[in-house]
Write a protein that binds this ligand. Structure first.
Ligand SMILES: [Zn+2]
Ligand SMILES: [Zn+2]
Length: 258
């Protein structure tokens, strides 16, 4: 059994052919997937997926890249996260790649999400790009270790991964780890303890080799798992079992869902 810890099934590329996407998950033993919220406007679509399918879950949050969207309040996030199929707050975090002026509102938005996670008692799905120092600083300042969560689509250094793990976070690898030019990331993935790793697709983006460049989908998390198995010299069954166990641990879920 495999879990895709991060996908965007409400995005048009995937939503339009959902039955096919779900069937392919089944064929590849991808038994669960988490549909990640990126703004409040589209959250009803994300939640509807999780409500309709027993093997899909949802998260609620506003992505740091999104500018022309409703700014969430702590109360709103807490209220939406109270739904039993909403298993985390996010995706949230910082992204200085797209917003090079590193605006203060990104950090404020991130702090609101961390506070909401602590009130809800649910973990965080953290996005960080070109902003690792501030991301770790804010997680520490706000006491995010109380809820933990996942550093999703991880592309930072081994040191950043270690610091996040020390804070109580898991490190999730996407198809990027399979890319030929991702040598540093592959070394990081190899060196980290298996009991802190998760896997994801971030579909429809970032399809793993051998589908690089195509529209990604949750079934292809199987390629991420087999690549990591080969990289680490561990059986794929072990990678599948441990990342699934880690998923249930990270999101504080009862195994009756599986
Ligand atoms: Zn992200
Ligand atoms: Zn995402």
């Amino acid at each position: 059994m495999l879990v895709d810890s991060h996908c965007h099934l409400d995005f048009p590329d995937l939503a339009d052919r959902l039955p096919d996407v779900l069937l392919r998950m089944q064929e590849n033993r991808v038994d669960l997937a988490v549909c990640i919220g990126v703004n409040l406007e589209d959250f009803p679509k994300v939640l509807a997926l999780a409500e309709a399918q027993p093997n899909l879950f949802a998260t609620v949050g506003v992505h740091p890249e999104y500018t022309d969207v409703e700014e969430p309040s702590l109360e709103q996030l807490v209220q939406l996260a109270a739904h039993p199929k909403v298993i985390a707050i996010g995706e949230t975090g910082l992204d200085y790649y797209w917003q090079k002026d590193q605006p203060e509102w990104q950090r404020e938005r991130f702090r609101t999400h961390i506070r909401a996670a602590k009130v809800s008692g649910k973990p965080l799905v953290v996005h960080t790009r070109d902003s690792a120092v501030d991301t770790l600083r804010l997680l520490k300042e706000e006491g995010a270790g109380a809820v933990g969560g996942v550093m999703h689509c991880f592309t930072e250094s081994y040191e950043v991964a270690k610091a996040a793990i020390e804070l109580g976070f898991y490190i999730s690898f996407s198809g990027i780890v399979t890319f030929k030019n991702a040598k540093d990331l592959q070394a990081t993935c190899k060196a980290l303890p298996l009991d802190r790793l998760l896997i994801e697709t971030d579909s429809p983006y970032l399809a793993p080799v051998p589908h690089r460049g195509q529209t990604n989908e949750p079934a292809w998390v199987a390629y991420v798992a087999s690549y990591i198995a080969q990289l680490r010299g561990e059986p794929v069954e072990q990678i599948a079992k441990q990342t699934t166990d880690n998923f249930f641990q990270c999101f504080q879920l009862n195994r009756s869902y599986s």
